[in-house]
Design a protein around this ligand. Structure first.
Ligand code: HEM
Length: 154
């Protein structure tokens, strides 16, 4: 009679389907701070943590500048120098993880300030804008010469 065909096929999630970004290791600032010697040098750049111990000697800018930032967030100094794309690619092999989310907040608050310079996406650089006829009210009147310059009462 009742053929209870309860064939529940639990589609087990296929693990190992390629990219497994959950492997990322997170480090706290506390932990990163410990690695601040020339024999054990970690840096944070853009919320990523790098063990650059073996890179110290190779750095074209010298190892001293790196050691000054050892165990800390070097994002600002790194960007201030205006490193090339090459330099950014050179970072990759030294990546060991990322800054812990809790510590990241503080950092990004700091960066927000820094980034106010270059807005997100920051490109309003005049790609053809075909809206000319829609009367965009962007007309800044060049302040008419006022005949009343100020409160000079005679
Ligand atoms: C670990 C990450 C870093 C990598 C992979 C790296 C890589 C490089 C590379 C390849 C150059 C040659 C110029 C270029 O291609 O841009 C360079 C130059 C330089 N870097 Fe770095 N850098 C790193 C971190 C830093 C940090 C944190 C500072 C500052 C505190 C710094 C300061 C400098 C300076 C001052 C130069 C200029 C050297 C010169 O032109 O005489 N670098 N770096």
């Amino acid at each position: 009679m009742g053929e209870d065909n309860h064939t529940e096929k639990t589609n087990g999630e296929i693990v190992g389907n390629g990219v497994s970004e959950s492997n990322v290791k997170y480090y706290t600032l506390e932990e990163i701070k410990q690695h601040n010697t020339s024999k054990d040098t970690w840096l944070i750049i853009h919320d990523k943590v790098y063990d650059i111990t073996s890179f110290l000697e190779e750095h074209p800018g010298g190892e001293e500048v790196l050691l000054e930032q050892a165990g800390a967030d070097a994002t600002e100094s790194f960007e201030d120098v205006g490193h090339s794309t090459d330099a950014r690619e050179m970072l990759e092999p030294y990546l060991i993880g990322e800054l812990h989310m809790d510590d990241r907040r503080k950092e990004s608050a700091k960066l927000m300030d820094h980034m106010a310079d270059t807005g997100p996406g920051g490109c309003c650089c005049g790609a053809d804008v075909p809206i000319l006829h829609s009367g965009a009210a962007g007309v800044l009147s060049p302040s008419p010469v006022s005949s009343d310059p100020g409160g000079l009462s005679v």
